[in-house]
Design a protein around this ligand. Structure first.
Ligand SMILES: [Ca+2]
Ligand SMILES: [Ca+2]
Ligand SMILES: [Ca+2]
Length: 412
């Protein structure tokens, strides 16, 4: 068992500069918590070695400003399609992911990350070419936030080209029709795919550059937010790989992250001539913490509802975020009971997640048959496993408690 890397800034933040004496020249394997794939179970983790065929090493800084005495070098002279034999960085004490994200394997017995679950992860690193004056043809290296076993939740790839260095970002898109607990395949259909975005091209090969990923794991599908920065500028806002795991692996849940995985995968090409060269990585830092994600949440409903007493109604509502927004509204009609509600001000919402589903509670003011009332709407999204729960309570004594029986309702 190891207890994380040296240079700890705090329990759930790591700063790694690859400097002596903490880091010695040679393979990074087993230095300060770097390791091959984890075997579970957190925190009594064991792990495999980094494959000795992988061309990586702690090396002297050839002269880049801010890289100190040493950096970490990795090339794609050797590639493969495995996960468990590539370098994983030290794990944070506190994992990041959705409330219900899996930090474990399919059996639930092997756990790869732990601590206090956070909803936010940030990682930043500098990179530079070991051959600043010349293209290294075919050079490519990828890096991913990961929990320690290769369940990658995001992806950056660096490539060297004639015009300079390129940075690519990949995320997973579940396009309509969407996956659900009753139909996971719809989230992994022919219309769904990993999407690659060139976030930077032609970066000056003679200078170091910086990549930063800012990840918000928002409970529910299709709503994680991943921001990609290059040299301090926001280049792209995308999403994570949450719905790949949720639907393509049909596990209905996302995954956690607590470390970084660095790889040269065969699918993107092997470049034997990069042996002993490749990219330098330095000033790697990452952290997990919990952020206010109110602005990322939303809830929508539109369809027929039925109460537990068998009354029938129609609802249509929209709520974005937790505060007041003029574009929010709630409408509810119940011909069986003779009620017709229309909001005049949607004031607040609370979003919560439990094992069973995601709940929103929306409050505000409106009119019932023309008379002013306060309202509380509660909706629960079960990702299709059960009909969505729907309850509207008005201050004039009217209550409609039941389920949505046709149409759609989401709490994201
Ligand atoms: Ca350094
Ligand atoms: Ca789909
Ligand atoms: Ca999500």
């Amino acid at each position: 068992m190891w207890l994380g890397g040296s240079g700890l800034a705090s329990a759930d933040s790591l700063v790694i500069n690859f400097e002596p004496p903490a880091y010695a020249p040679g393979s990074i394997d087993n230095q300060n918590g770097w390791h091959g794939g984890e075997n579970g179970t957190h925190p009594m983790q064991t792990y495999g070695p980094i494959n000795t065929a992988i061309d990586q090493s702690i090396v002297p800084n050839p002269g880049y400003e801010d890289f100190g005495q040493q950096s970490w070098r990795i090339s794609n002279a050797f590639t493969d399609t495995a996960f468990g034999d590539w370098p994983f960085s030290p794990s944070l004490q506190n994992e990041a992911g959705e409330t219900m994200a899996w930090n474990h394997d399919q059996t639930g017995l092997l756990v790869y990350s732990g601590g206090t679950r956070q909803n936010h992860f940030e990682v930043q690193w500098d990179f530079a070419s070991t051959v600043p004056n010349e293209e290294q043809a075919g050079l490519q290296i990828s890096m991913s936030p990961d929990r320690g076993d290769g369940a990658r939740m995001s992806y950056i790839r660096l490539e060297d080209h004639t015009n300079g260095i390129s940075v690519f970002f990949d995320d997973y898109h579940d396009n309509y029709p969407y996956g659900s607990a009753s139909n996971p395949a719809a989230g992994c259909g022919v219309e769904d795919a990993f999407v690659e975005t060139a976030v930077a091209t032609g970066l000056d090969r003679s200078e170091p550059h910086t990549v930063k990923l800012v990840m918000d794991f928002v409970d529910g599908p299709r709503n994680d937010v991943v921001k990609v920065y290059v040299d301090g500028a926001l280049r792209h806002t995308g999403t994570s790989w949450e719905d790949y795991f949720r639907w393509c692996e049909a596990t209905l849940q996302s995954r956690t992250v607590d470390s970084m995985l660095f790889q040269a995968r065969s699918g993107r090409g092997t470049a034997p001539a990069t042996f002993g060269h490749g990219f330098l990585i330095d000033n790697l830092s990452y952290s997990s913490f919990s952020a206010n994600q109110c602005d990322e949440h939303s809830s929508d409903g539109d369809g027929a509802v039925q109460s537990s007493e068998g009354k029938h109604g129609q609802t249509k509502f929209h709520k974005q975020g937790c505060g007041h927004q003029d574009t929010d509204s709630v409408q509810h009609s119940d011909g069986d009971s003779g009620h017709n509600f229309q909001s005049t001000s949607v004031d607040a919402a609370q979003f919560t997640t439990a094992a069973g589903g995601r709940t929103v509670v929306i409050t505000g003011m409106g009119t019932d048959n023309g008379l002013p009332v306060a309202f509380t709407l509660t909706a629960v999204d079960y990702d299709g496993l059960l009909p969505p729960a729907y309850t509207l309570v008005l201050s004039d004594g009217y209550t409609f408690a039941g389920t949505m029986v046709s149409g759609g309702l989401s709490v994201l």
